[in-house]
Design a protein around this ligand. Structure first.
Ligand SMILES: [Zn+2]
Length: 257
């Protein structure tokens, strides 16, 4: 989607970067894990990154706000059972927090005060890390989001699921059709909990991935199309652009209210 060097925000060379002050650092965060039988391990990094790049471009075009998209972090938290699968990497809370702390301390040192996490992996959760970081860096604002929850997926897809589903598959077909082998996809049948409160989500416990799915997917990707992915991705990008404008205009945490 990105054509010219000026807007090539995540792979910008320092020759471009050194000319500007950036309003917001966008941090895409993914995982390294299987995605059903048809999407790459890097899916959560690729999608969070590509959405972030398009959002950065859009907020620049519409509002003249400049965002730097950092390289995506591939270290994701995994449910039990996922780590049994070849090359699925579970990243501990301490590891993720150490990574985020190092990023924030570097950005802070460079004079930046705003960071937006664009998360692409449902198992990741940053709230308590951000709460702790706000103790250490009270004037540094870190906002957290999940690109796939920026808008209700049910308005764009026939049967959105949880993992390697129609949402992720369609969005990948839009950005990187060459990386999707839809013919090879499993049905993504997800087995629910027996206990009603767990089934309804009222009470939470991690799902054992080997018990709940046979192909690592949850949600049927069969109805995925590039067109659905395009519509959803572009709507999500617009939503991000609006937030980034408002965020960029906020000079300190007290101005958030
Ligand atoms: Zn994913």
């Amino acid at each position: 989607m990105i054509k010219d060097r000026e807007f090539d925000l995540s792979v910008s060379a320092y020759g471009v970067v050194r000319q500007y002050r950036y309003d917001v650092a966008i941090l895409p965060w993914g995982a390294t894990e299987p995605h059903n039988l048809h999407l790459p391990y890097l899916t959560d990094c690729i999608l969070s990154h590509d959405i972030a790049v398009d959002a950065a471009r859009k907020v620049y075009e519409l509002y003249d706000k400049r965002c730097m998209v950092l390289p995506p972090i591939p270290m994701g938290a995994q449910n039990p059972g996922q780590r049994d699968l070849s090359f699925c990497i579970h990243s501990r809370l301490e590891t993720q927090y150490a990574i985020l702390r190092d990023i924030v301390s570097s950005l802070y040192h460079q004079g930046y005060r705003r960071c937006l996490i664009v998360n692409g992996h449902g198992g990741n959760s940053f709230k308590n890390m951000i709460r702790d970081l706000s103790v250490d860096y009270p004037d540094f604002m870190i906002a957290s989001s999940e690109w796939f929850k920026m808008l209700p997926a049910k308005d764009y897809f026939e049967c959105p699921g949880d993992h390697a589903d129609e949402v992720e598959t369609s969005t990948m077909m839009y950005y990187h059709p060459e990386l999707v082998c839809l013919d090879e996809a499993g049905a993504g049948n997800g087995r629910g909990f027996k206990i009603p409160a767990l089934k309804s989500g009222t009470v939470w416990i991690p799902r054992d991935w080997n018990k709940v799915t046979e192909d690592t997917g949850i949600g049927n990707p069969r109805f995925s199309t590039e067109e659905k992915g395009r519509k959803f991705a572009q709507a999500v990008v617009s939503k991000y652009a609006e937030f980034l404008k408002d965020f960029a205009e906020t000079n300190e945490p007290a101005e958030l209210y």
